[in-house]
Design a protein. Sequence first.
Lengths: 300, 321
Amino acid sequence: MAEETEDRGSWLAKTSESLKAKKKRELPNGLWVKCDECQEFIYQKELERTYWICRKCGYHFRISAKGYIDLLSDSGSFQEHFSEIISCDPLKFRDSKKYVDRLKQAREKTGLKESITTGRSRVGGHPVGLGAMDFAFLGGSLASAVGEKITLLIELCIDYGMPLVIVCSSGGARMQEGILSLMQMAKVSSSLAALAQKRLPYVSILTNPTTAGVSASYASLGDIIIAEPGALVGFAGPRVIEQTINQELPPGFQRSEFALEHGMVDMIVTRGELRSTLIRILDFFQKTTRLWERDAASQV
Amino acid sequence: MATDSTWLDFEKPIIELERRMQDLKDFGSKESIEFSAELKRLEHRLAKLKEEIYSGLSSWQKVQLARHPRRPYTLDYVESICSYFVELHGDRTFRDDKAVIGGLAEIEGRPIMVIGQQKGRNTKENLYRNFGMPHPEGYRKALRLMHVAVKFNCPIVSFIDTPGAFPGVGAEERGQSEAIARNLREMATVPVPFVVAVIGEGGSGGALAMAVGDAILMMENAIYSVITPEGCAAILWRDRARAPQAAEALRLTATDLHELGVVDELVPEPLGGAHRDVTSAAATLKEALLRWLDDLSRLSTEELLSRRAAKYRAMGVFERG
Ligand SMILES: [Zn+2]
C-alpha cells in the first residue's frame, strides 16, 4: 500500500537480516538465542516453554502460523482447509526478481504454500474457523489467494455457525499483485459484513506487525480485537510518517499499548494467556441465544 | 489558472505549437492579414503531433496526467455535472476534513449524494485540502453522508482522486485503519445504488475507503494502484527513480484495470486529457454516470446487494494447486 512505502521494505529487509543475524548469534550448539529487545541470551528450550517470550523483558519473539494454531487449538483438533488455493502471477510482475521466483523461494523457506493457513479447529471445545498469518511468507502480505482463503473460511463459519478467529501478522497488501491485492481488502471486508449479518462472532488477534492493508481491513473489524504486547499496530509505516512530518516519533508510537490507549483494541494479552482469554470470550458468545441454536442445529 | 510550468514535458511541443497558431491568428486579425494557408499547415502538424504523442503514452506518462496540476478535480466535475449542490461538512465527531467533500446534489434533476476526495489547485489550496490526503475524519464524514443517503433512499456517487491516506501521527491516533476498514465493510451493504468514478489518482487504501460500489468507472487517464510507483520502486528496486518501471509493472492504468476486471467502464477523455477540455470530459462522465444510475435504480435492493457481494466475491486471480 502506498501508505507504508519504504517501510515494509525495511521490515522485509530487517526480517531476513535479523533471521540471518539470529543464526549467527546462536552459539555453536544452537541452544541459546539473543533477545532482539534486551540483548539477553536465553536458553532456546526455555523460550519454547515460555511461548517464545523473553523472560527478562517480555519481548514476544515472532512465531509461525503453525505456532499460533498449536497454541490456540485443542490438541490435534485443527484440520486445514483451502490449502489448495495458491498464488499465481496475474500481472507477470517482475522487479529485480520475478514474482513467481519470490513465491517459490517463500514456499521453500517456510514450507508453507501461502501467507495464511486456514481451517476448522476447536478452542476450549468450541468449533471455530481459524486463520493464522505467517510473516515469514512474503511479509504476511495480502494477495488474491489470501483473500480467497479468508473468504472461504468466513463462508465455512457461516455454513457451520462457527465463530471466526484470525491471527494477523502482515506488512500489508502484496505489491506484486497490484490492484488485485488492494481489492482483497474490499473482498474480505464484504465477506465479514455477511458474517456480521449472521451475528457470528469474529475475534481478531493482532501480532507484530499488523499494518497497512491488513490493518485497514479485517484486522480492525473484529467484534473483539486482541493485541499481543509490543506489537506494531497501525496503518502507515513509522518511517513514512517520520519522513512526511519531518519529526521523530514518540517512543511506543503505534505499539499495541498505544493502540489500546487510543481505543483501537480491546485488550493486550500476552501469548501465554491468549488461549485461555480466547476460550473465555468464546464461552461468552456461546451463551448468546443464536449460537446455542446454531450449535444445536449443526452439531459440529 | 496554473502557470506555464504546470505543463508536462511531453505536452510542451503541443502547447508551443498551439500558442504559435494563436499568435498568428491574433496578429492576422489585428493587421487584417490572411494566414489561412499557413494556419492550415500548422493545424495539420498539430494533429499529427498530438497523434504521435498521445497514441503511445507510457504508464508513467499516464501517472503524470492523472496527477496533472490542471486536471479537473472533484468539485470541477460536480460543478459541471450537477445542477444543484449543497455542500455538507464534518464527521460529527472530531472535525471537518477538507480533503473530503460531500453534499446533496442533483444530476438531470435527480437527487444524488456526492462524496469525493478533493485536491487543491495551488500551494495555498493544497495546504487547505491537505493535498487530497484524508485523515480518519474524512472517511467518517463520507460514511456519515452515506448513511444520510440511505435514510432518504438516494443513490451515491463517489469521486476518487487522492494520493492516499495521510501518514501522520494524528491520523494514527484517531484510527486511520479502523476508519478505512469500517467503510469497506459498510459500503458492502449500503442499500442504495453506489457508483464510483476514479477521476485522477486512486491512491491505495485511502482511495478504496470511498470506492466500494456497484459500478467502478475510471477516466481514461486516471490511475488506481495498491501503492504509488515511487513507493513501490523504493521498496522493490531500492530506488525511487525506477518509478516509471514500477508504474509499468503495477498495471495501474484504466486500460489495465479494465482488463483485470476491477473497473466496469473506461470513460474516454478528450485527446490530450481531461484538462484540455473539461466541459467535454465532464459531459462524457455525466452520460456514463446517468446510464449506470438508471440501470442500478431498476434493481431491487436484494438484487443490488447480492450483485455487489458477488462482484467483490469474484475479485482476485489465483490457482487451485
Ligand atoms: Zn528481552
